[in-house]
Design a protein around this ligand. Structure first.
Ligand code: CLF
Ligand code: SF4
Length: 312
């Protein structure tokens, strides 16, 4: 499979391509289109504070490792500050085609800030494509609002499609105020993820699946996940090597991380779905071109300008 141009090949078991309504904007999205990543940047808006599940490779001192490198933290901002942030980023790099919410917790755990951010950004920058990543628990419940706010691209982290595998990855799930553990948590999360992905595809969102490769836990299962999401009509599949966050449960029990090479080996030969091979596992306040993160420069210039939000 050619992983560079993302021309999806039809294969048995996929939804027919003409039944899928892939979103306009693909040509400018740096994550969904490798070629676009050479010219266009994204800005992450870290407005989502809390999380509603517990992944064993995560520690809450840091950003959500489902979309970010573990071990980095981003400063939380308000929806209003998010709009200012886009202006700040565009002063350093103007070709920002995508604005996204990717943490630092889960974007839909408490959706208010995320939705408000999309609403404000859409008003101020109607030309910018809106994108979001989530663990999927609350996705189906929020599709109407995401659609109303103009979101086109969604990433769901799906690390297993079998409850027995899933139960090794998640410790608890909090859904509508009720806590679930063990197989109840794994089953509920999986049902919600599949429901959310399937509904989102049918409604015309363009979907990417992130799967975190966890050696000894779900490595044997990544192919099954790819087959499942292919049938659901997902556009892009991104396998990310797990780097266990310090102080996370997996770190404590010595579950080893994976490497890029492991990812290449495991995804070799996957067919009928686009495979992402240029992910930077960026932080939830990343900005600019994928391979040239401006987030540090931005916080330095905030300090230089005597911004009161920063300890100057
Ligand atoms: Fe951000 Fe993710 Fe949207 Fe891209 S990142 S929410 S799809 S705009 Fe991109 Fe960063 Fe990889 Fe994510 S390189 S971690 S895939
Ligand atoms: Fe951490 Fe998982 Fe929540 Fe992301 S979804 S913040 S990895 S617990």
């Amino acid at each position: 499979m050619n992983t560079t141009d993302f021309k999806l090949k039809k294969s048995e078991g996929c939804l027919p391509l003409d039944s899928l309504n892939f979103t306009a904007g693909l040509e400018k999205h740096p994550c969904f289109n490798k070629e676009a990543s050479k010219h266009y940047g994204r800005v992450h808006l870290p407005v989502a504070k809390t999380c509603n599940i517990s992944c064993n490779y995560c520690h809450r001192d840091y950003d959500c490792p489902n979309e970010s490198r573990p071990g980095v933290t981003s400063k939380l901002i308000s929806p209003e500050e998010a709009v200012n942030r886009i202006y700040d980023v565009k002063r350093l790099f103007n070709d920002i085609s995508v604005a996204a919410v990717a943490g630092p917790g889960d974007s839909l755990s408490e959706p208010h800030n995320t939705m408000k951010t999309f609403e404000l950004v859409k008003k101020e920058f109607p030309e910018i494509i809106l994108c979001m990543s989530t663990n999927g628990l609350n996705l189906a419940d929020n599709l109407d609002e995401l659609e109303d706010n103009g979101v086109k691209f969604i990433t769901v982290t799906l690390n297993a499609i079998d409850i027995s595998v899933s139960a090794k990855i998640y410790r608890y799930v909090n859904y509508k105020g009720i806590g679930y553990t063990e197989k109840d948590a794994a089953g509920l999360l999986l049902d919600q993820q599949i429901k959310g992905i399937s509904k989102a595809v049918k409604r015309g969102f363009t979907i990417k699946i992130n799967s975190v490769l966890i050696p000894g836990i779900n490595g044997f299962h990544i192919k099954d996940i790819s087959e499942k999401v292919k049938k659901l009509g997902v556009y892009l599949f991104n396998v990310m090597p797990m780097i266990p966050a310090e102080k996370s449960y997996f770190y404590k029990i010595d579950v080893k991380g994976a490497s890029r090479k492991d990812v290449v080996n495991i995804t070799k030969g996957f067919e009928g779905i686009n495979i992402m091979d240029h992910c930077r596992q960026c932080r939830s306040d990343a900005a600019g071109l994928l391979n040239e993160d401006l987030s540090r420069k931005l916080s330095k210039s905030e300090v230089k300008l005597g911004c009161k939000k920063m300890p100057c």
